[in-house]
Design a protein around this ligand. Structure first.
Ligand code: NAG
Ligand code: NAG
Length: 377
């Protein structure tokens, strides 16, 4: 049953857009739909990195990625769907296809621009990822095309009704530790954070100028407490306690999240009609790391797929240099899928929080939920 469902989704997602790509679009459709545009990093990348010249470190288009839901590695860094996929389902939209997927010319439901490894700063994993700035350029192409097809007025209406979702910042802080810390170290932490926030804000302002009004933002993970960064801590500090988080990274994430919250509230005061939903992924994930069983999980620290302590080595799939890796039997009982990413089960819980699903007593999306952005405004 599940397999059949997965095949149907696969068919709709990958073949229907191609079938209709050259036909004329009913513009009626655009009157009733709210388009969903997705930007950022691997938390939201549905496969853009399959089509760029990069390394397997920034790709997930091999088994066992996708094993739980799609039965096929789509390029998503999980065993199944991502937060953005669940949000699309809540909003009665099809799964939103990657911008770079060949044949993706159907933009009426939105487009996914996210790229694993991407940051707000161009220096972040430069050359291996699609930076947020480039994602914004791709969005401008889409916006121009919609405006041309629909006319100025209707094009603008589609833009202002659309919801724009971001997950950005994580890699800006992670990449210096994984590549060269010199870049990070040449700034004070608060200056570095202000550059990240400044670049993010300027992309949001560009989208606003093109008509965008409704923004969803996922804040930074507890960056020091991921399987991959706990391992980094162990490797860099022989005296480290085996259960320690990487404090320097944790602090950067906290600084970032404070500045992000402030920046969004300022934008909403400065820009008329600007509405946002800020999802406190950091707090939510911290709870789940410490109390996995309260959330139906067995394991909150060690990944399902990978090797070494916490399975923190990014060897999931055996295609990133190291061939051997371990794979758990029940991804649904794990919070983390691989060294830096969550399982589908965990993403589903996050999507419920962001959407404002009633099954949760407390919502961590403020001041609005994503459902408000899709349905109320
Ligand atoms: C991809 O990147 C590698 C390494 O940077 C380079 O040698 C190669 O020419 C690139 N290939 C394409 C098709 O751009
Ligand atoms: C954007 O980032 C660059 C570094 O990549 C920095 O020099 C610049 O000041 C930042 N822009 C803003 C508006 O903060």
């Amino acid at each position: 049953m599940k397999k059949l469902e997965a095949r149907v989704v696969f068919f709709v997602l990958f073949f229907l857009p191609g079938l209709f790509a050259s036909g004329s679009h009913g513009s009626k459709q655009s009157h009733h739909r709210t388009a969903f545009f997705i930007f950022g990093d691997s938390l939201l990348d549905a496969g853009n990195n399959n089509y760029i010249n990069t390394t397997t470190l920034d790709q997930a288009n091999f088994w066992p990625y996708g094993e739980t839901y799609f039965n096929f590695p789509t390029g998503r860094f999980s065993d199944g769907r991502l937060i953005s996929d669940f949000i699309a389902e809540y909003a009665n939209l099809p799964l939103i296809a990657p911008f770079l997927q060949p044949g993706n010319r159907d933009y009426y439901n939105g487009v996914n621009f996210a790229s694993a490894g991407a940051g707000a700063l161009v220096q972040t994993f430069q050359g291996s990822v699609i930076s947020l700035r480039t994602q914004a350029k791709y969005f401008e192409k889409v916006e121009r095309r919609l405006r041309k097809e629909l006319g100025r007025r209707e094009g603008k209406q589609v833009m202002s009704r659309a919801v724009y979702l971001f997950s950005i910042g994580n890699n800006d802080y992670l990449s210096p530790f994984l590549t060269s810390p010199d870049f990070l170290n040449s700034f004070s932490p608060s200056h570095y954070v202000s550059m990240v926030i400044g670049n993010f804000t300027s992309v949001v302002e560009d989208i606003y100028r093109r008509g965008g009004r409704k923004f969803g933002v996922i804040n930074c993970l507890p960056l020091g407490c991921l399987p991959g960064t706990r391992l980094l801590m162990l490797n860099s500090n022989a005296a480290a306690n085996a259960s320690e988080c990487f404090h320097q990274l944790s602090r950067l994430a906290i600084l970032h999240n404070r500045a992000l919250s402030l920046a969004l509230s300022q934008l909403s005061q400065q820009l008329r009609g600007f509405q946002y939903s800020l999802y406190d992924f950091h707090t939510d994930l911290t709870h789940r790391i410490h109390h996995p069983s309260k959330f139906g999980l067995k394991e909150g620290k060690t990944a399902c797929c990978g090797s070494g302590p916490y399975r923190g080595e990014a060897s999931c799939g055996g295609r990133r240099g190291k061939k051997q890796f371990e794979l758990c039997e029940e991804p649904n009982r794990h919070l983390f899928w691989d060294s830096y990413h969550l399982t589908e089960f965990a993403y589903k819980q996050s999507a419920a929080q962001l959407w404002g699903d009633h099954t949760f007593k407390s919502n961590t999306a403020m001041p609005y939920t994503l459902r408000d952005l899709f349905q109320r405004f």
